[in-house]
Design a protein around this ligand. Structure first.
Ligand code: 3PG
Length: 217
């Protein structure tokens, strides 16, 4: 099955906009645009807003409407319903923590790419069978980190991964030095306390630091 005819953007384009994807948990809609702009100012164009807060869909809508240069993605997509809600809000891509056959099938019928999450070889094979070739690897550190992904990716040389979960400035190199990994994601770039104190310049500084570190690999 080819996914390319359906989707406006290809997952490879999303990955190529990394190499660092901030994973955002934003409670207040008013913080959405300043955070997105702080990330852009630090050199990050692609971002994932998790659907873990009540206002997450409005946060996506705000960023999609006011920061058009951002490649805004919706995270925590777990079923067709949340996928369609995210698309309605303006998400340009979707990321899920895991995969189900129903979610994969629903995503093939939409216009935005889904990057499904996997944590095992069997899940990866389910995704590949459905035509997918870009995956989130989650929760990366908890399931063996770079060593695990290197082993899992071994038999599938054409598949690319974006690991998230426990990744930070210190360990990102373990991942980015692997051929199968084009980008990594994490929440450390936008810490809760920086959001609470509306310290947008700190987010820009953390972004610059992350981008500089990633460029070494
Ligand atoms: C995710 O949803 O991708 C992860 O929760 C991000 O993990 P982190 O908070 O450990 O960076």
């Amino acid at each position: 099955m080819s996914l390319t005819n359906q989707w406006k953007t290809q997952p490879g384009e999303v990955f190529a906009m990394g190499p660092v994807v901030p994973v955002l948990v934003i409670e207040n809609v008013e913080d959405a645009v300043p955070i997105a702009k702080a990330l852009m100012a630090g050199g990050i164009k692609v971002l994932e807003v998790t659907l873990r807060t009540e206002n997450a869909l409005d946060v996506i809508r705000e960023i999609a409407n006011n920061v058009p240069e951002a490649m805004i993605g919706a995270g925590t997509i777990t079923n067709a319903e949340t996928l369609h809600q995210a698309i309605d809000a303006g998400a340009k891509f979707a990321i899920s923590p895991g995969l189900t056959p129903e979610l994969l099938a629903a995503s093939v019928r939409t216009k935005i790419p889904l990057i499904p999450g996997i944590a095992s070889i069997s899940e990866l094979m389910t995704g590949i069978d459905a035509g997918f070739d870009h995956f989130k690897f989650f929760p990366a550190e908890a399931i063996g980190g770079a060593k695990a992904i290197k082993s899992i990716a071994g038999p599938f040389p054409n598949i690319k991964f974006c690991p998230t979960g426990g990744i930070n400035l210190d360990n990102m190199g373990n991942y980015l030095s692997l051929n199968s990994i084009v980008c990594i994601g994490g929440s450390w770039i936008v810490p809760d306390d920086a959001i609470k104190s509306k310290d947008w310049s700190r987010i820009t500084e953390l972004t610059k630091e992350a981008v500089a570190q990633a460029s070494k690999y």
